[in-house]
Design a protein around this ligand. Structure first.
Ligand code: SF4
Length: 336
């Protein structure tokens, strides 16, 4: 179900913009319809009022919780079923964050990511993307949504932008707390600045070397790290919010001193923060995470050399819910 078709359905039942807003807010902010008549928007047209139980059931049926896998750090991996039997994963993050999926599978095929190994199975609709937020809010408060789960948001751009627009307007989430994450795609830099709700931007960098990046992200658009940063910088300046560069630390691959020199040349004095995330292990892959002390040393050195760097350990990794570990588990034989 696309967001536009939800709106059209409401309009066909006589909803004015204020009524539409009321129904969508109740859904996304988990406010049960109380039948109250204290505010103008409570006076829903009769046909809409009559159809509300059915509409609620349809919106509530877009996704369902198949299982929840909590960890001690306050995060939880959620296995989320879709109406056609496919499944995606969302991750509840500490401090009110939620990581949502935008596709079943992913076509980019990053070498260190589990999701990419299945290829793209299908796009999520805008309704299915925002329904992950409504579902998570039935479990606890959600104040921030990052589009960093399964899928490359740039490959499902219309639906992701619709979801961002709805979450930023009726979902009560500030635009800086909506984080669009991408490997970099010319369409993203053209379209995001035109949106009503302009999200924060996270760009997957992973290396400063174009050839290595082409190996690690084999089906990402051929945009050089220099161009990626130039375009990211323009977006950050236009939206007055820093770009987050993402860097999965892989031992012996992109954790050397040569990369540190490249990072300083690329990111020093940029309106940006560099998030370094040690690799989370994935079965059958030969990559390894560097020792924690090496990771800290890298972050320290970059800081000293003028690059704002945060070293992050992925939330949820102990339940395979960390960066790069998500996959469509229900599509595979159950292990337990
Ligand atoms: Fe796709 Fe992101 Fe995984 Fe790369 S890291 S394969 S873009 S889901």
């Amino acid at each position: 179900m696309q967001i536009e078709s939800i709106r059209q359905r409401l309009q066909a039942l006589g909803a004015l913009p204020v009524h539409e807003q009321r129904v969508l807010r109740d859904w996304l902010q988990r406010r049960p319809y109380d039948g109250g008549r204290r505010r103008p928007e409570d006076f829903l047209p009769k046909a809409l009022r009559a159809a509300l139980p059915q509409i609620d059931a349809e919106l509530g049926g877009l996704v369902r919780l198949l299982s929840s896998h909590p960890t001690d750090d306050g995060s939880a991996r959620l296995l989320v079923g879709l109406a056609d039997g496919q499944a995606v994963e969302s991750v509840l993050l500490p401090r009110g964050g939620l990581c949502v999926s935008t596709q079943v599978g992913c076509a980019v095929g990053c070498q260190f990511c589990m999701t990419g190994r299945s290829g793209l199975i299908r796009q999520l609709t805008g309704g299915e993307i925002v329904a992950q937020v409504a579902l998570a809010r039935s479990l606890r408060a959600v104040k921030k949504v990052v589009f960093m789960g399964m899928g490359e948001p740039a490959h499902n751009l219309d639906n992701v932008m619709d979801a961002i627009d709805l979450l930023g307007s009726e979902g009560n989430i500030g635009h800086k707390n909506l984080v669009f994450s991408t490997v970099g795609d010319a369409r993203v830099f053209e379209r995001l600045p035109q949106g009503v709700v302009k999200p924060a931007l996270a760009l997957s960098l992973h290396t400063t070397k174009p050839e290595l990046r082409a190996q690690l992200l084999p089906r990402a658009p051929r945009m050089s790290p220099v161009e990626l940063v130039e375009r990211g910088e323009a977006y950050a300046r236009a939206t007055h919010y820093p770009v987050q560069y993402q860097w999965t630390l892989l031992e012996g691959v992109n954790d050397g001193d040569d990369e540190l020199d490249g990072i300083v040349a690329l990111l020093k004095d940029r309106y940006a923060v560099l998030n370094m995330i040690p690799y989370n292990s994935i079965p059958d892959l030969a990559f390894r995470r560097p020792a924690w002390e090496r990771c800290r040393e890298i972050a320290r050195q970059l800081h000293r050399r003028g690059v704002l760097t945060k070293l992050r350990d992925s939330a949820g990794q102990e339940v395979d819910g960390g960066c790069g570990q998500l996959r469509a588990r229900a599509a595979q034989p159950r292990q337990s």
